[in-house]
Design a protein. Sequence first.
Length: 131
Amino acid sequence: MSKLKPIEYADASAEVRAVFDDIKTSRNLQDVNNFWKYLAHDPKTLRRTWESVKEVMEPGAIDGVTKEMIYLAVSVSNGCGYCIASHTAAARKAGMTDAMFGEVMAVVGMANETNRLVNGYRVPIDPSLDR
């Protein structure tokens, strides 16, 4: 576990406060979550990560709730409890229902099971799938 402490807004540099302000404004939040407060120890990483997240997660060809559910699914597969909590909340805020959450979890579970089976059997890719 990290020995670092989260950097609170009141203790943040002007550079970090600017990123925190953008996060709060963009996400309509009173405060940033701990992920950002810990990244604030490295302002360049904080800014780069926030800019990338903001760009990738904005609605485009894929709507916001779907992007949050994809992020949630990957977080479940990677076992990141923090990201599961954060992106479940974000997906719910974007419109994910309990039924949608259940289906996402079913897909994640099924994909992980079949992925492990394919890896275990070392199944070659069918020529029709290799495009």
